[in-house]
Design a protein around this ligand. Structure first.
Ligand code: ZN
Length: 93
């Protein structure tokens, strides 16, 4: 049976986790788009047989996809915006 982790091990683990998550946050800010996983950034797909070529439906033939962290950030910002701004359709009171 192994010993429980010491405080030093927990601190090192928390530091590594903070560094990795901070790096990913900077990546999502600086480069929000990554290559599409299905078409590998080309925007088109080859048919399994023959010479057929069609546009990638997943990325709309752009070859890019929004990173998961950026998608979560955009969603949280949209929720915040919708929850804090008054609805202009109802008019001011
Ligand atoms: Zn694609």
């Amino acid at each position: 049976m192994s010993d429980p982790p010491s405080l030093d091990q927990i601190a090192v683990g928390a530091l590594i986790l903070a560094t990795l998550s901070g790096s990913y946050a900077l990546l999502c800010i600086g480069w929000p788009f990554a290559r599409c996983r299905r078409c590998h950034g080309s925007g088109d797909l080859r048919a399994p047989v023959g010479r057929g070529l069609r546009l990638c439906q997943r990325c709309n033939a752009t070859g890019r996809r929004l990173r998961l962290g950026r998608r979560l950030w955009n969603h949280s910002q949209r929720l915040r915006h919708d929850g804090t701004r008054p609805d202009r359709k109802e008019g001011r009171q």
